[in-house]
Design a protein around this ligand. Structure first.
Ligand code: AHR
Length: 331
């Protein structure tokens, strides 16, 4: 027994060795799969340089609009190139040209007036820098800008007319203190006002106060001298002109409520004028556009399609709620 065990072991070993030699070679390790083409990394707010050639600092509305852009940019990490054109279109155009030179990602333009933008908008388009028109409108061909975001100024004018229609059911004479001549805000509000005013209410005069308190006062002084005893109502294109004009109205000995007065903006100053009995309604115009503009700008940087016209949802404020709402007002 002991002598035959060794050859048996050797035979088994031989068989195993032959089997191992005949076994198919192990499959080679698969080659690494070719790398998928790297997906373009989405841009973030920190990649954005936004140009904002603000038109000026004429009103509380404008101050709130500037603050909205500065605060939003700081919060999101957007690099903001801000300038103040001091109500001059040529300053806005120079600021846009400087931004094109710097190669900003997006230009947001609050145009001081409606016309005269075609050349500079074409330059931005040729440089492949999208422009978002903010607040007031432009008459340029819509293919020259990416989007317009702001208020519907015609509807604001219609809302003001609807209030005066209610306040003067038997008709009467009204005055209009208009905003900056040629601005989308003044053109739109004047148009909407005329379209919706009852035929028994007559606009006996209209003068610009350039959206400022400083000019609202003398314009109203001149009106009161010229039309003493002939006026029942006033439409102000913004609260700052109303506040300036109220000084003139007080000085003339007119009491709150003697004239029916409607304004636009819904600023804290406008709310205070309602509380004090001077304004009977204030049509809202929202200046807090920074977050929406930067959101649209980022979408454009990421190649997304954006809406061509984004009009803000707005309402009308009245004296009965003014005291309660004033502390909640952001501008
Ligand atoms: O374009 C918006 C208008 O401009 C606001 O009603 C006014 O207050 C501002 O100056």
């Amino acid at each position: 027994m002991k002598r035959s065990a060794v050859p048996l072991f050797v035979a088994v070993l031989l068989v195993l060795t032959v089997l191992a030699a005949c076994a198919p070679a192990a499959a080679p390790a698969p080659a690494a799969a070719p790398a998928a083409p790297a997906a373009a990394t989405a841009k973030t707010y920190k990649d954005m340089t936004l140009c904002y050639p603000q038109l000026g600092a004429e009103s509380d509305w404008r101050t709130a609009n500037t603050a909205s852009f500065k605060e939003t940019a700081a919060k999101l990490g957007v690099k903001l190139i801000f300038s103040d054109a001091q109500q001059k279109q040529e300053n806005q155009i120079s600021a846009i040209r400087a931004c094109i030179q710097q190669g900003v990602n997006v230009i947001a333009l609050p145009p001081v007036v409606e016309t005269g933008w075609d050349a500079v908008l074409t330059e931005a388009k040729n440089a492949k820098i999208p422009v978002i028109v903010v607040d007031r409108s432009v008459t340029a061909d819509p293919s020259l800008y990416a989007s317009h975001i702001g208020s519907d100024m015609v509807i604001e004018g219609k809302r003001a007319a609807a209030e005066l229609n209610k306040l003067l059911p038997n008709g009467g004479n009204v005055l209009e203190l208009s905003g900056t001549t040629g601005s989308g805000a003044a053109v739109g509000r004047a148009k909407g006002f005329r379209e919706a005013l009852n035929p028994n209410i007559k606009i006996i005069d209209s003068q610009t106060g350039n959206f400022t308190r400083a000019e609202g006062k003398p314009v109203m002084e001149a009106f009161l001298k010229k039309y003493a005893g002939q006026v029942q109502g006033v439409f102000f294109h913004n609260d700052d002109m109303a506040i300036g004009a109220i000084e003139a109205i007080k000085a003339a000995g007119i009491k709150p409520g003697d004239l029916k007065m409607v304004s636009v903006d819904g600023t804290r100053g406008g709310f205070q004028a309602m509380i004090d009995g001077w304004l009977q309604a204030d049509v809202e115009c929202n200046p807090l556009l920074g977050p929406q503009v930067m959101d649209l700008g980022l979408k454009l940087m990421n190649g997304e399609t954006i809406v061509k016209e984004a009009l803000t949802d707005e309402s009308v404020y009245y004296p009965d709620k003014a005291k309660e709402l004033l502390p909640t007002r952001k501008y």
